[in-house]
Design a protein around this ligand. Structure first.
Ligand SMILES: CC(C)(COP(=O)(O)OP(=O)(O)OC[C@H]1O[C@@H](n2cnc3c(N)ncnc32)[C@H](O)[C@@H]1OP(=O)(O)O)[C@@H](O)C(=O)NCCC(=O)NCCS
Length: 196
């Protein structure tokens, strides 16, 4: 088992990988105003075009049609100063739900947090009856494409040149509503689901 890293500010998010206990202790909570700067720091660490804090803040203004979750890691022994190490969101569209963002801090990637966030978001989609879920993903982003495929999304189309910096096509993915066979849901772990 690797020693646990201290986590906190954006620099820490790029530092030593966390220990297994630190990963297991990560909590998923509703993303609120107090997590905005931490979530934006995560996005800045992983995205070529990160969301500004103001954009993320606007997403929180409509909780009836949006659900955003934050993955929080304990900082030292103080949950009151927990660090955001990942976040994701989904919004309601007329006949479907749309995954708007999903990001895990570099040092925390590959440890199951992206899957936990996605499963919890899909559980909220299901609980709210928002129907099937769609998203766009860079064609070059094989990690995300595998994550989504493993959660029951299938590739339904391509938008050539959709992304810039660097240029890339978007792969459009869809997941049917209430596909209980696609992946375990957060309901399997009552400690995981957090209402938005
Ligand atoms: C995509 C992202 C959210 C995944 O989060 P994560 O915590 O690293 O993913 P997990 O550890 O939960 O892995 C879940 C699945 O994703 C896929 N995956 C994750 N990292 C991968 C990698 N480096 N290569 C290939 N597949 C990978 C695998 O299918 C994995 O399941 P498996 O371990 O059973 O094979 C994370 O890599 C990230 O933040 N990337 C940058 C931002 C981004 O691309 N967001 C998606 C925008 S559409």
């Amino acid at each position: 088992m690797r020693p646990a890293a201290r986590v906190g500010d954006a620099e820490d998010l790029r530092a030593t990988p966390p220990g297994d206990e630190a990963v297991a202790a990560v909590r998923l909570v509703k993303l609120t105003a107090r997590h905005l700067r931490g979530a934006a720091a995560v996005d800045q660490a992983v995205s070529a075009r990160p969301w500004p804090v103001a954009l993320l803040a606007r997403e929180l203004e409509d909780p009836q049609q949006r659900c955003y979750l934050a993955a929080l890691a304990e900082r030292g022994d103080r949950w009151s100063r927990a660090a955001v190490v990942g976040f994701g969101g989904v919004q309601q569209r007329p006949d479907s739900a749309h995954v708007t963002n999903l990001a895990v801090a570099p040092a925390w990637q590959g440890r199951g947090l992206g899957r936990r966030l996605l499963v919890a978001l899909l559980d909220q989609v299901s609980a709210r009856g928002w129907g099937p879920t769609t998203l766009e993903v860079r064609s070059a982003n094989s990690a995300a494409r595998r994550l989504y495929a493993g959660a029951g999304f299938h590739e339904a189309g391509r938008r050539p040149g959709y992304y810039t910096e660097p240029p890339d096509d978007a792969i459009i993915m869809w997941r049917p509503a209430d596909d209980a066979r696609a992946a375990p849901t957060a309901r399997d772990d009552p400690g995981e689901a957090r209402p938005c």
